[in-house]
Design a protein around this ligand. Structure first.
Ligand code: FAD
Length: 502
C-alpha cells in the first residue's frame, strides 16, 4: 500500500522538550485509545531549557488535558502572569505595561480607546491601564482566583519541570517513552515519506505519522526532508540569547519584565524559588562575551548556573506539515520570545492536528489547509512582535536605528496608519492578539491617534467623566479586594519541588 493511503495507527514524536511532551500528553489523552504514541528523546542532547513565560490561552490546553491549576503550579514552581512590562522600549527610561484582559467598555460603534482619548484631552481620564483589572493588578502586585470573575492570566513556569509534568501525564494515558539518540531518518524510496527512525543503539522505530520536536535543527523536517525555511531576520534581527538563572531575592511579581538594552532586550521571569534571566540580542551589534557581561551586570541574586548561549534564526519552516512529518516547537520555526508566544503556537499546532487528524491516510487538502492556517497564524503574530521594535523613538544605538528605519510588512504599516489616523483597531477572528493588546503596545510605544470617533461627542463632558470614573472605580475596587500575589501563591499553590538550577 502506498504510504499516503496508510491508516495512521502509530505516531512517533521525536524530541522530549516542551513541544514533544505537550504533543505526547495531548495525543495520548485525547486520541490515544486507538493510537500508539511513542516519544523518543535523548538524555545526551539537552532541551533548550528556556521558555518559561506563557499567555492565557494555555488554559484551553490545560482544560483539554484535565490539568488542575493548583497541582500543576505547585509541580512547576509557577507564579501568575498578568502581562509584560516593557521598559526602555519607546525610549530610554520610558516604560509601559502590556497586560492581558480587556480595556474598559466600548459601544457598538467605537472601542473604549475613543472615549479614553477624549477623556485624556479633557483631563478627566487617568492612565489607560486603570481601566483594565489585570493591568492594575499587575502594577499593584495583587492577584486572586475568584469564582465567576475569572482573570485573564497566564503563568511563569519552570520549563524542565513542565516537561516532566506532561511526561507523567502522557505515561498515565499510555504514551510510551524511548530513550535514545536518533541517528538516521529512513525514507520510503518511492513516496519520500518517513518510514522509520534508527537509534544509535541500532533499534529501528517505525511509524505512520512523525512529529518533529527535535528543536532548532529540525532533524526530520529539515535534515531529512529538506523542507526549507523562510528567514525573517531582516524584520526580527535578534539571533542569539543568553540565559542564566538566579536565586529569588524578592517576592515574585505577577508580570514578566522585558527590558530593552542597546542591541536587544533582557527578560526577567519570576518563579516561586528562582528567577529566569536572559538577554536576547543581535550578534551583528554585540558579541557573545559583551552580551554575557551586560546580562551578568543586570541580574540580582546568586547565580544558579553558568550562562548559556543559544543561537537561532527567526522565521518559519516553508511547510509545517511535509509528507508524513509535522514540525512542532522550535523545529517549526521561531518568531521571538518577546510576547511569549512559543508555547501557544505549539498548543495551536497540536489542537489543529487533532482536529484534522488523518486516521484514514494523509490527504493533500488536509496538509494544505493545515499549512495555510498555521502560516497565517504565525505571520499575524510576527507583525505584532515587529511592532515593538519598529515603533520606537530610540535612535541611540545602531540596533535601534536599524529597527526604527526598517521596512515593515504592508499589513503592519496599515495597522499603524489606521490607528494613527482614526484610532481604529480591528481583530480578525483567527488572530491571537486582540484590540486591547494592539492599543496598549501602540500607545505604549508612543503612537497616539489624531482623532477619536465622533460618537464620543454624543456624551457631554460630565457624562463622559461619570462613564470613565465608573469603570476605573470598579476596577480599583475589584483589585483592592485581591491579596498580595505572593501571599496568594503561598496559600494556593506552594511549590512541591525544591530543585534549583539545572
Ligand atoms: P527543545 O527544548 O530544544 O527540545 C528538543 C528535544 O529534541 C530534546 O528533548 C532533545 O533531546 C531532542 N532531540 C534532539 N535531537 C535528537 C536526536 N538526534 N535524538 C533524540 N532526541 C533528540 N516560548 C514561550 O512560550 N515562552 C517563553 O518565554 C519563551 N522563551 C524563549 C526564549 C528563548 C531564548 C528561546 C530560544 C525560546 C523561547 N521560547 C519561549 C520558545 C519555546 O517555548 C521554548 O524554546 C521551548 O522550550 C522549546 O521546546 P522544543 O521542545 O521545541 O525544543
Amino acid at each position: 500500500m502506498n504510504k499516503q493511503d496508510r491508516k495512521i495507527k502509530k505516531v512517533v514524536i521525536a524530541g522530549g522538550g516542551t513541544a514533544g511532551w505537550m504533543a505526547a500528553a495531548a495525543f495520548s489523552k485525547l486520541i490515544g485509545k486507538h493510537l500508539e504514541v511513542v516519544l523518543i528523546e535523548s538524555d545526551d542532547i539537552p532541551t533548550v531549557g528556556v521558555g518559561e513565560a506563557t499567555i492565557p490561552t494555555l488554559h484551553i490546553f490545560h482544560q483539554l488535558l484535565g490539568i488542575n491549576e493548583q497541582e500543576f503550579m505547585a509541580a512547576t514552581n509557577a507564579t501568575f502572569k498578568l502581562g509584560i512590562a516593557f521598559e526602555n522600549w519607546r525610549d530610554v527610561k520610558q516604560d509601559y505595561l502590556h497586560s492581558f484582559g480587556f480595556l474598559g467598555q466600548g459601544c457598538w460603534a467605537a472601542g473604549f480607546q475613543h472615549f479614553w482619548l477624549k477623556g485624556k484631552q479633557r483631563g478627566i481620564a487617568s492612565e489607560l491601564g486603570d481601566y483594565v483589572p489585570e493591568h492594575l493588578g499587575a502594577r499593584q502586585g495583587r492577584f486572586a482566583v475568584q469564582q465567576g470573575q475569572e482573570l485573564n492570566h497566564a503563568y511563569h513556569l519552570d520549563a524542565g519541570l513542565y516537561a516532566k509534568y506532561l511526561r507523567n501525564l502522557a505515561a498515565k494515558y499510555g504514551g510510551k517513552r524511548l530513550e535514545g539518540k536518533i541517528s538516521k531518518v529512513n525514507l520510503d524510496d518511492e513516496s519520500g515519506f518517513i518510514d522509520s527512525l534508527t537509534l544509535a543503539s541500532g533499534e529501528v522505530v517505525d511509524g505512520d505519522l512523525f512529529i518533529d520536536c527535535t528543536g532548532f535543527r529540525g532533524l526530520l523536517i529539515e535534515e531529512a526532508l529538506h523542507t526549507g525555511y523562510d528567514d525573517w531576520s531582516h524584520l526580527l534581527p535578534c539571533d542569539s540569547a543568553i540565559a542564566v538563572q538566579t536565586k529569588t531575592v524578592s517576592a515574585p511579581i505577577p508580570y514578566t519584565r522585558a527590558i530593552a538594552r542597546d542591541a536587544g532586550w533582557q527578560w526577567r521571569i519570576p518563579l516561586q524559588n528562582r528567577t529566569g534571566n536572559g538577554l536576547v540580542f543581535c550578534s551583528k551589534y554585540l558579541s557573545d562575551d559583551e552580551a554575557t557581561q551586560i546580562l551578568l551586570n543586570n541580574i540580582d541574586g546568586e547565580r544558579l548556573n553558568e550562562p548559556r548561549v543559544i543561537k537561532f534564526k527567526t522565521g518559519q519552516r516553508r511547510k509545517y506539515w511535509n509528507k508524513n512529518c509535522i514540525a512542532m516547537g522550535l523545529s517549526s520555526g521561531f518568531i521571538e520570545p518577546l510576547e511569549s508566544t512559543g508555547i501557544h503556537l505549539f498548543q495551536r499546532a497540536i489542537v489543529r492536528l487533532l482536529q484534522m487528524f488523518p486516521s484514514q491516510g494523509i490527504n493533500k487538502s488536509d496538509v494544505e489547509e493545515y499549512n495555510a492556517q498555521t502560516k497565517e497564524e504565525a505571520e499575524n503574530i510576527k507583525d505584532f512582535i515587529i511592532l515593538h521594535y519598529h515603533l520606537t523613538e530610540r535612535a541611540d544605538t545602531p540596533f535601534w536605528r536599524y529597527c526604527k528605519n526598517m521596512d515593515v510588512p504592508d499589513s503592519l504599516k496599515h495597522r499603524m496608519k489606521l490607528f494613527k489616523e482614526s484610532g481604529q483597531v480591528f481583530k480578525k477572528d483567527e488572530e491571537l492578539f486582540g484590540e486591547t493588546s494592539w492599543i496598549q503596545v501602540m500607545m505604549g510605544q508612543g503612537l497616539m491617534p489624531e482623532q477619536y470617533h465622533p460618537i464620543v461627542d454624543m456624551m457631554e463632558d460630565d457624562e463622559l467623566k461619570r462613564f470613565l470614573d465608573t469603570i476605573s472605580g470598579a476596577v480599583k475596587k475589584r483589585v483592592q479586594s485581591w491579596p498580595d500575589h505572593n501571599d496568594f501563591i503561598k496559600r494556593y499553590c506552594p511549590s512541591t519541588v525544591s530543585t534549583l538550577g539545572k
